[in-house]
Design a binder for this molecule. Structure first.
Ligand code: IPE
Length: 271
């Protein structure tokens, strides 16, 4: 069986986070090229992508991460009056972004299959319900899923982050060797905030006992920023998978990380 790698395309990386529903096609194409190269090297690849400006802005406004809030007094938007409408609009936005990603793969001649979580997953956090092994069994194609609004036992609905999805994929799929978080604007986990950091502030080996500067744009993100990746990454590393956070605008670094070649970035350890 071929070695499998899981790549999370950060939502902030593949979209322009400052404008509603704007993809960054150039970055998406460069990530697809990295995946193409991995396939040529006989790696099996599973891709999980985030939401960026396709899901976070509306999900944040309607507090979808907090579940159904019948008593909260939301001011209606022109195109959306209720939380229920927001749930279906965010799901639609995610399907639109997913289609853009799928199209980029098919343009490069790569066969994929898509797995929208609202169709098969329930509850949030990395212990969500979902039959990963069965769903991701076409190991000759690239399986693609994404952060989404899912139905929940408590709170009616909630947001299942791509960072939670990758944990379970790495745990449940046999033969996952590496997990790579491709992120925007930083080379990995930094000791100081990115605007103050220089080259020497990159933490090359991180485990939960090491202090760092979390980059979490809570104005926009409804999920967890780099802190969630770090924590989820250490859960995955505990299972023997090599986990890295890599600057997604540096394709050669990404490719090296995917192939297991040492490169600039942060490797995450369990402890
Ligand atoms: C968020 O998914 C999903 C929605 C807001 C609908 P992620 O947590 O994986 O997204 P990014 O990578 O932070 O954009």
């Amino acid at each position: 069986m071929d070695d499998c790698i899981v790549i999370k395309f950060g939502g902030g990386l593949i979209t322009d986070k400052s404008t509603m529903c704007t993809p960054n096609n150039e970055v998406i194409d460069s990530l697809v090229n990295v995946v193409a190269d991995c396939l040529e090297h006989n790696l099996r690849v599973i891709v999980v992508h985030g939401a960026g400006s396709f899901g976070h802005l509306r999900a944040k406004y309607w507090k979808l991460n907090q579940g159904y809030l019948p008593d909260y007094d939301f001011a209606p938007q022109d195109d959306c009056q209720t939380q229920e409408e927001a749930v279906s609009l965010v799901r639609k936005e995610m399907l639109t972004l997913n289609q853009i990603v799928l199209d980029a793969f098919s343009k490069s001649g790569i066969d994929t299959y898509k797995l929208p979580p609202h169709e098969w997953a329930r509850n949030t956090g990395s212990d969500f319900e979902g039959d990963i092994i069965h769903l991701f069994q076409q190991n000759n194609l690239v399986g693609i899923t994404f952060g989404d609004v899912v139905d929940c036992d408590e709170g009616v609905f909630g947001i299942l982050s791509g960072d939670d999805l990758v944990v379970r994929i790495c745990q449940d799929i046999p033969n996952v060797k590496r997990l790579i978080f491709a992120v925007k604007g930083v080379d990995g986990i930094l000791k100081r905030p990115p605007e103050l950091a220089d080259e020497s502030d990159l933490i090359k080996r991180w485990s939960p006992s090491i202090e760092y500067s979390g980059v979490h744009n809570s104005e926009i993100d409804v999920t967890g920023g780099i802190g969630l990746k770090a924590i989820r990454g250490s859960e995955v590393a505990a299972g023997g998978v090599d986990v890295f956070i890599i600057n997604g605008e540096e394709p050669q670094r990404l490719l090296d990380a995917c192939k297991g070649i040492s490169t600039r970035g942060t490797q995450i350890f369990a402890d």
